[in-house]
Design a binder for this molecule. Sequence first.
Ligand SMILES: O=C([O-])C(=O)C[C@H](O)[C@@H](O)C(=O)[O-]
Ligand SMILES: [Mg+2]
Length: 429
Amino acid sequence: MNLTVTDVRLTPILVADPPLLNTQGVHQPYTPRLIVEVVTADGITGVGETYGDTKYLELARPIAARLPGRPVSDLNGLFTVADEVAVDASRVSGRVDVGGLRGVQTADKLRLSVVSGFEVACLDALGQSLGLPVHALLGGKVRDTVEYSAYLFYKWARHPEGVPGEPDDWGAALDPAGVVEQARRFTERYGFTSYKLKGGVFPPQEEIAAVRALAEAFPGRPLRLDPNGAWSVETSLKVAAELGDVLEYLEDPALGTPAMAEVAARTGVPLATNMCVTTFAEIEEAFTRGAVQVVLSDHHYWGGLRNTQHLAAVCRTFGVGVSMHSNTHLGISLAAMTHVASTVPGLHHACDSHYPWQSEDVLTERIAFHGGKVAVSDAPGLGVRLDSDRLAALHRRWLEDDGTYRDRDDTAAMRAADPAWTAPAVPRW
Ligand SMILES: O=C([O-])C(=O)C[C@H](O)[C@@H](O)C(=O)[O-]
Ligand SMILES: [Mg+2]
């Protein structure tokens, strides 16, 4: 067996995305992703997926160029390689990163996000070479299925007038009845039994009403509300008081560890985050201040599947829960999330996934949810197969784009409907 990397292919693509609303604006009709293929001397190809915006591509290319000649098993070496590549300072804005709403963008976070795509591809190739599933390379699964939650969004029926995009059959959801209808469809189509509503879009009273309507429609089911830090501490506390009896947790009600710590100190409702604990350096302050009770990991920005396991171990040590955050992603990432989630003991909350919103994929077969769960594959590697025609078609869309969609910008997308729109100041309410 020869595990030496002989070739690395990077394919940026644009995938259709419905008009999902968040506090920054609305999703663009197409969103960039990067598909990574790592080929070994034996002709085995491993696949990975990560963010595809220009700043990630700029880093991925020099890292890819350094991989031929190295063994796919050298996962630790990926971090060393990434550290050798300089990050263009102009790419690190010091502002909240809109492609994931995950706190302030730093050079390290950029590097880790790129490494994650290579790490998953290397694990896939290694697993295929050894005849072992990725979960076995991570120490073995402790469950056979991984539960996901329905990720509900306020949503327009279609993208704004004059903006080309792919139609979807979800319809609009702009009030409590629309949100409940969307949740029903999620349940019918995928069997989800827990629900997360992306908030920070409408004044809190309207979002409280939507969560109340969900609680009435789905009594006893776990519910979450995530305004991505759009509320003040006082507003967060008011929402917590009004919804405390039905919420599994409140996700990033206020922005940043100090504000989250203040909210946490004054409510019994657990707080979750994918914004104030987004990298190892942010753990100490947040945990010692009791700012969060659940960390939503995202293997893309934590630097891969093994770093996700490390994060889970730290959370366990501090008695903090762990689950998973999601951004627009395709089946490769869902497979990767499922493998790592299957290895994490004490995963007590259903993971987030945008996958049901993605009508397009690069796999020969879509990954299925049954009863809100994805079965953990025992096939070698990730257990997925790339559809090269689909990949080529989505890459062609990227090549033909004039640059409008190569970098995710929800605020710019909102301006197509409201020319005066700017990213709202925080706290918004
Ligand atoms: O849980 C979260 O904060 C997210 O999923 C962030 C995402 O960017 C989501 O808000 C989105 O895609 O609009
Ligand atoms: Mg969140």
